[in-house]
Design a protein around this ligand. Structure first.
Ligand SMILES: NC(=O)CC[C@H](N)C(=O)O
Length: 230
């Protein structure tokens, strides 16, 4: 599986995801600086990592969405290349319009860094096929702008097209308000593109993909990708 990780000024999870990709796939991803407009044509996966691109100035992900590499990212998205945006990467994908909706300031206006429980809504994707839909997953979040907002027609479209990948839930798997850390619409934590080949995810699966880090619930996302894209 040939993967590239796009690095923006202020990315801080690029190496974490590179370590996880190497660990799971046995191959080093290509680290690609945002100012380089040319992406290799033979990629299976493009990762937009977490962090604080351009210091989160203007709006999280807004300046990164104008980077020289983004034209190539758009072209590859059109060709159906798989893409994973984690946290700031999700924000960048929304700012580019490759995913619908927006990520606004957290409901309580605070930065939240903690483990949350997640329900994998659909396992019929290249990102989630290795998850057991009956199991509640525990993965960390770390953001101040993770409040996913979409208008009603967009919400209906996401539901109708099975494009909500993951929702915040409680330890028992109940999707309830009390389990919503940031005020996201309908507890949405992860959204798929129309062709289901692009996933934007607010939690950080790469931070819990090794038992030495305290858990492995994030790992199945990468093993799912390896299975689908190799
Ligand atoms: N962990 C991250 O990627 C942080 C995302 C973003 N800069 C925020 O705080 O909302």
């Amino acid at each position: 599986m040939k993967a590239a990780v796009i690095v923006f000024p202020g990315s801080n999870c690029d190496r974490d995801v590179a370590v996880t990709l190497r660990d799971v796939t046995g191959q080093d991803p290509r680290m690609h600086w945002h100012a380089d407009p040319d992406l290799p044509e033979d990629l299976d996966l493009i990762v937009l990592p977490g962090g604080f691109s351009h210091g989160d100035y203007l709006r999280c992900g807004a300046m990164a969405a104008q980077a020289p590499v983004i034209a190539a990212v758009r072209r590859q998205a059109q060709r159906g290349v798989a893409m994973l945006g984690i946290c700031n990467g999700f924000q960048v994908l929304c700012e580019t319009g490759l995913l619908p909706g927006a990520l606004m300031r957290n409901r309580d206006l605070t930065y939240i860094c903690k483990d949350v429980h997640l329900k994998v809504v659909t396992t019929d994707t290249i990102f989630t096929s290795r998850y057991d839909p009956a199991r509640v997953v525990r993965i960390p979040i770390a953001h101040h702008d993770g409040n996913y907002v979409a208008d009603l027609p967009t919400q209906c479209m996401l539901e109708d097209e099975d494009r909500v990948a993951v929702r915040y839930c409680d330890a028992a798997g109940r999707v309830v308000d009390e389990a919503n850390p940031n005020g996201s619409t309908a507890n949405i934590a992860g959204v798929l593109s129309e062709n289901h080949r692009i996933l934007g995810l607010m939690p950080h699966p790469e931070r819990l993909a090794d038992p030495r880090l305290g858990g492995t619930d994030g790992r199945a996302l990468f093993t799912s990708l390896l299975e689908a894209l190799s």
